[in-house]
Design a protein around this ligand. Structure first.
Ligand code: SF4
Length: 459
């Protein structure tokens, strides 16, 4: 897997920035400039200009796209970051991170998610989506520690796929994922019991060898949910392989229970020809998920009531504005976007699909992209021959990715240099074994090297 090719940049004074930010890869600097009045652009919350440790002791997901979501009681919190890391300049932190990485050498691998801030990504050995990064962790059995600059479920997945002796570290424990948190294991177990009352024994196949329901979970879910799926004959999917995984599930069951992201489930199944009427929503706070027995008996895909607050910000209005302002624009969105947005776009697919679509464009092209702003700005900086912009004009990064800051990265790396493992993420064995089984089924259904799937809409 190739390392990301990046150059080090440090925060510039806001007033010195080009207010158009055409080729500015740093969302952090862009927000600083907006708040300082050096840009007429808008951000969803001016608190984003503060450093993330400001929010570590407060309840909630913090500023950004998930700020309106309800954080579960007992969600991990981050203890106070020592003052020396909070007061260091960006340049000092960058120097400390580089020095610690040099000292540690092959003993550590640093992974950076596509949605991570640029000031962290520049230190990553690998940059990719959650599954690519779990693969990168697996490819380094010699590393004693894997520092995952992403969110909690990603670090759990890396722990599942790495050697038991390897420590997987999440630099800020408050970096959860509001979508993953929407599928709570107790609620999922209750749902399963309700479904058993309607469909009968869920573990016994019918005369044609099909089970009543196959549970399918998106990679963006807790290890507990992956373990549940593994125990009940189910499978994990990513946004790159969701179609292949649904085909796998339909070969084994009458219907699918899909969680936590209703939009990925609906968009993928619809593209496969499943009627929307046969995809009822399951709201865990309502009796029978807010559905009826008749609807559930007719269902092909039961969609958990979860969503990503980053991708829910994209609208059909934004697409129409982009088409009016940029004739010939090519609109590509992530399948975590609502169905009307995916239908109105030219194409939809995973982050890998979006990157490859831009890389494949031979002529200078204008792209309007519907995914997290850090990836969009990085793509714009990497492809100056194209005009690339985010469909959402309001700068609103993922609240939880934002919680990883170079200060935390320096803190965990220097801890390793001193022989101390900080913020280790460990999945208990009783959860890990079935969760691994669900991941292995996915790998057997579609190896990671297979091309990312997405779809083009008819024009
Ligand atoms: S972008 Fe959405 S799904 Fe991804 S970590 Fe953020 S909230 Fe979770």
């Amino acid at each position: 897997m190739p390392a990301s090719i990046v150059t080090l940049s440090t925060r510039a004074p806001a007033g010195a920035l080009d207010p158009t930010f055409d080729r500015e890869p740093s969302v952090d600097r862009r927000i600083q400039a907006i708040v300082a009045g050096a840009s007429t652009a808008e951000t969803c919350n001016t608190d984003l200009a503060a450093e993330p440790w400001t929010f570590d002791t407060r309840p909630g997901y913090g500023p950004g796209s998930s700020m309106g979501d309800v954080i579960p009681t007992g969600a991990p919190r981050q203890g106070e970051l020592p003052e020396e890391y909070r007061t260091a300049t960006d340049a000092e932190l960058a120097d400390r991170i580089r020095t610690a990485k040099q000292t540690l050498g092959d003993r550590v691998v640093v992974l950076g998610h596509f949605y991570q801030r640029e000031e962290v990504v520049i230190h990553a050995d690998y940059v990719g989506d959650s599954f690519q990064l779990a693969g990168a962790a697996q490819a380094h059995p010699e590393a004693e520690a894997i520092v995952f600059c992403g969110v909690h479920f990603m670090a759990e997945t890396a722990d599942l796929l790495s050697r038991p002796e390897q420590a997987v570290i999440l630099p800020n424990l408050a970096a959860g994922c509001s979508m993953a948190d929407m599928a709570d294991i107790d609620q999922v177990e209750d749902c399963w019991e309700d479904l058993a009352e309607i469909y009968g024994d869920l573990d016994t196949p019918d005369a044609e060898g099909l089970l009543p329901v196959i549970p399918v979970t998106y990679m963006n879910s807790s290890a507990a949910i992956k373990g549940f799926v593994g125990r009940h004959g189910g499978i994990v999917c990513t946004s790159s392989n969701a179609r292949t995984v649904l085909e796998w599930a339909f070969a084994r069951g009458r219907r699918v229970l899909f969680f936590p992201d209703q939009h990925l489930g609906r968009n993928t199944a619809k593209a496969m020809g499943v009627p929307v009427e046969q995809m009822p929503l399951w709201n865990p706070r309502r009796p029978l998920g807010g559905s009826t027995e008749e609807t559930l008996l007719d269902a092909r895909v039961i969609l958990w009531h979860g969503f990503c607050s980053v991708h829910r910000r994209f609208t059909v209005d934004q697409i129409e504005t982009a088409r009016a302002d940029h004739p010939g624009v090519r609109v590509i969105v992530h399948p975590e976007c609502p169905m009307d947005v995916v239908d109105a776009a030219d194409a939809a697919g995973s982050t890998d699909f979006i990157r490859k679509a831009i890389q494949a464009a031979e002529e200078p092209t204008t792209f309007a992209i519907g995914t997290e702003i850090n990836l969009v700005q990085r793509l714009a900086a990497e492809h100056p021959q194209h005009e690339i912009f985010c469909l959402d004009p309001v700068v609103c990064p993922c609240s939880t990715m934002y919680r990883i800051h170079p200060g935390y990265l320096a803190w965990v790396l220097e801890g390793l240099v001193d022989g101390e493992v900080r913020n280790r993420i460990t999945v208990p064995a009783d959860v890990a074994d079935p969760a691994r089984l669900a991941l292995e089924r996915m790998l057997a259904a579609k190896p990671p090297a297979a091309p990312a799937s997405g779809w083009e809409n008819a024009s």
